[in-house]
Design a protein around this ligand. Sequence first.
Ligand code: Q46
Ligand code: ZN
Ligand code: ZN
Length: 327
Amino acid sequence: MRCRKCGQKAVINMRQHKLALCCEHFLQWVPEQTERFIQKYKMFARDERVLLAVSGGKDSLALWDILLRLGFAADGLYIELGIDGDMQYGQRSQACARKFADAHGAHLITVDVHRKYGATIPELAQLTRRGKDKPCSVCGVSKRYIMNYVAREGGYAVLLTGHNLDDEAAVLFQNTLHWQTGYLARQAPVLPATDAGFVRKVKPLCRFYERETAAYALLRGIDYLYAECPFSVGANTIYYKELLGRLEAERPGSKLQFYLSFLQAREDGYFAGAKDDEGLRSCERCGQPTTAPGSCAFCRMWAAVRERKRESRGGSENPVVTQACGR
Ligand code: Q46
Ligand code: ZN
Ligand code: ZN
């Protein structure tokens, strides 16, 4: 297989694009395409301050690398969840994020959930009894809260995540199976900021296959964490990724077609009536946006933790945990 641009030996064949490229031209093609998507979906402008959520995995570090190569002054945000286990997932992922930032002279903000709020994510799941074995629901609430909180407080115009096409297609498949029209309405490369206080969220890699972001990270020599979070084992989205992978193997381009057709339907207004960001208001405790009356899910969760810690101490409250909202 030869590179379509120069005839040298190709390192990747992207059958959905009928495009094979050598290392040099692939490493040029990825940033060019990313910049095209940033412009096409009006994600952000050159003079806007952008914050990228960094997990230490291939996608977020590849995106950080691409943005820096394109000349965007992107800062990183790493959230230390306190998920370690046998393979020390948290420590190793943080080390990858820190190493990348140091090597590129980039600014990395770190929020340690245990230090800031008083419990790790697995402890939080135990204390709130929400997903004792699988803390993904409290983890998701916490990550979304912290990302928005840091972006707002830091005056960033936009929050970026490294979701790739495989991630987006799997979530789309799940939402379509259950016809979750509210979720479908909110699945997009760009979610605009809301008056109630959500910052703009964008996914510049949403049209790249996972194998492309992995190839980019490898060819750029980025030291990323291969391992996934131990709690991701058995997740529905992983199963849907496998199913879609089988479809893709038989019919190259199916995943991209599925996602792009959905975006077109969305643009044509098929989900316009299903938007569920109406009714957003400010949390009475922390001021972050919520649809719940009174306190937001994050504040309620930490209030429950305080309550349980108070019970276990026979009445004296943990002073660290009282700062749950970070304000
Ligand atoms: S939600 Fe669940 Fe992830 Fe949190 S606990 Fe791990 S797998 S990190 S994307
Ligand atoms: Zn070439
Ligand atoms: Zn709140």
